[in-house]
Design a protein around this ligand. Structure first.
Ligand code: APR
Length: 253
């Protein structure tokens, strides 16, 4: 196996000279930790359910117990896995550049567990509870083990603190992500199919503002043709190699 793949010199130069690197990650970066991507997430008991039909406010209203059973299953799955080399390489990358912003569509918290800070959680966090009525994050639900926990403040039903299909992105996350995308000079899209909006539009915002676009993905996506560099491969291999190339000048091809 090639341990020191050749990255384009122009990409290494762009990284070394960049003012602000912005990364958008998707479920592909957690795949090597053992978290199935959202579209593959249905196994065992949940095989017969379509995630697009479970991850909606309408589904919660129809059957909150079912939705809680699904999210509890996903929570225990995510709690058992560990961050991988791709997550860790982004921690190293952050320490090598002047300004770094990490935006993730993932709700698994693995970037934070790897050591990334100030992560912008575009789609929320699976371990948080949110009041379905008031929308506030609830830290102290007392009846967490009941089929549908309730808000200690208003008594309304609690839901998982994630963004479901058809829902708005949390305002703070959207503002920060848009600001980073429009001010960075290097934008990485890592492990995302670039199909789900508005996250998919962040790369376009960055490109229109003049940033260089880099995609890391083993498969082509709608962003590939608009990217300046497509690094084809798994994030857990490509990212550590890229960062080591940045750190050790003698690895230059
Ligand atoms: N390294 C990098 N990319 C990978 C890897 C890997 N090891 N394995 C898979 N991929 C890529 C796939 O080729 C695919 O393009 O990750 C992407 C996963 O795509 P999706 O399952 O569509 O995940 P994502 O883009 O994160 O979905 C966005 O949609 O379902 C909603 O809210 C959910 O946050 C999610 C959003």
């Amino acid at each position: 196996m090639d341990k020191n793949p050749v990255f384009p010199e122009a990409l290494i130069d762009a990284l070394r000279t960049s003012r602000h690197v912005c990364v958008l990650s998707g479920s592909g970066i957690s795949a090597e930790s053992g978290v199935p991507t959202f579209r593959e997430a249905q196994t065992g008991l949940w095989e017969k359910f379509d995630p697009h039909e479970l991850a909606t406010p309408e589904a919660f209203l129809r059957d909150p117990e079912l939705i809680w059973r699904w999210y509890r299953w996903r929570r225990q799955l995510v709690a058992k896995v560990e961050p991988n080399a791709g997550h860790r390489a982004l921690v190293d990358l952050a320490s090598q550049v002047r300004e770094f912003t990490l935006i993730t569509q993932n709700v698994d918290g693995l970037h934070q567990r790897a050591g990334s800070d100030s992560v912008i959680e575009f789609h929320g966090n699976i371990f948080e509870d949110r009041c379905f009525v008031e929308g506030c994050i609830v830290k102290d639900a007392s009846d967490v083990s009941s089929a549908v926990p309730t808000c200690p403040a208003c008594g309304g039903q609690l839901r998982p603190g994630v963004v479901w299909f058809g829902e708005a992105i949390p305002e703070d996350a959207l503002d920060k992500a848009m600001a980073a995308a429009s001010s960075c000079d290097l934008f990485f899209s890592i492990g995302t199919s670039s199909l789900v909006w508005p996250a998919a539009g962040l790369a376009e915002t960055a490109r229109e503002a003049g940033a260089t676009i880099v995609e890391v993905n083993p498969n082509p996506t709608p962003l590939s043709n608009m990217s300046d560099f497509c690094l084809s491969g798994n994030a857990g291999t490509v990212l550590p190699d890229l960062v080591s190339r940045l750190l050790v000048p003698e690895l230059r091809a």
